[in-house]
Design a protein around this ligand. Structure first.
Ligand code: PMP
Length: 279
């Protein structure tokens, strides 16, 4: 397997400096792009978000959208990726440890691929989740490399035999440790507004478009944990999890543990969107 590092396609065990600001401070941002049957899915949206994340922390992205896409396509070809993901990390660069942004530093840019199949079984059966306090920082709209809050909450879920942790800040449901969260109530989809408390998911935007196309009301509103557990249907979304049904929350069954009709409708339209790539 080859990885891309700072302009070169190199072996995957290529080393980076201990002075990298990503290592020293988590000072960087990242993206995950899905590959279906050798083709990139919603890549422009991901790289637009990457550029936004870099701008928010005053890193100048060294590559344009089309250059990132070209690098991805080269990696897909060279690593023979059919179904998989591409991780992109941009750190501020190498500098002697000092909190403030260093001057004249060159960002480190890393892209690497993984081969992974779609989570088809879970998409069909749904997953159990837990809830926990959202104790992350207040700029969750930036796709920061520093994911301590997210990984601590994901670990809680795993320790309780669940697959995701739905996070709750001041009584309000925000998002999963690595996903956006939605409820369906009386035929309406509701999800937290895309502000600083959540990451504006690319899959969330695809779902929003599908809902508009299917005439399903899509409301960006806040709701609390009891509304979550009393919902008709609950689901999460992400680049790797797609439209993933939630069938229990902290042991409480949702829709009697079954995948509901609105989620199934979204899933079948999502499937169609993926297949359009090959049409
Ligand atoms: N929120 C968080 C915290 C995430 O880590 C992710 C996954 N990257 C998402 C939401 C979903 O975003 P996307 O649909 O762009 O993968």
């Amino acid at each position: 397997m080859v990885i891309f590092l700072n302009g070169n396609y190199v072996a995957e065990d290529t080393q980076i400096s201990y002075n990298d600001r990503g290592i020293q401070f988590g000072d960087g941002v990242y993206e995950v792009v899905r590959v279906y049957e050798g083709k990139l899915f919603t890549a422009e949206e991901h790289f637009e978000r990457l550029v936004r994340s870099t701008q928010e922390i005053a890193i100048e992205s060294p590559y344009s959208l089309s250059e990132y896409i070209e690098i991805c396509n080269t990696l897909i070809e060279r690593n023979d990726i059919h179904n998989g993901t591409i991780y992109v990390q941009v750190t501020r660069g190498d500098a002697i440890r000092n909190h403030a942004y260093p001057k004249d530093v060159k960002p480190n840019v890393l892209l690497y691929t993984n081969s992974v199949e779609r989570p088809v079984n879970e998409i069909q059966s749904g997953i159990p989740v837990i809830t926990a306090e959202d104790f992350r920082w207040l700029r969750c709209d930036i796709k920061s490399l520093n994911l301590l809050g997210n990984i601590m909450n994901k670990q809680k879920a795993v320790e309780q035999g669940a697959k995701e942790c739905i996070q709750i800040r001041n009584g309000i449901v925000t998002e999963g440790a690595s996903s956006n969260v939605y409820i369906v109530k009386d035929g309406k989809i509701m999800t937290h507004p895309a502000n600083n408390f959540i990451l504006n998911g690319i899959t969330r935007r695809v779902i929003q478009q599908i809902a508009a196309h299917e005439n399903i009301p899509f409301e960006e509103v806040t709701f609390d944990a009891s509304t979550l557990k009393a919902a008709d249907e609950v689901f999460i979304s992400s680049t790797t999890q797609e439209v993933m049904p939630v069938v229990s929350i902290d042991g409480t069954l949702i829709n009697q543990g079954n995948v509901g009709p609105v989620v199934k409708q979204l899933q079948s339209q999502f499937e169609a969107t993926i297949h359009q790539l090959h049409g």
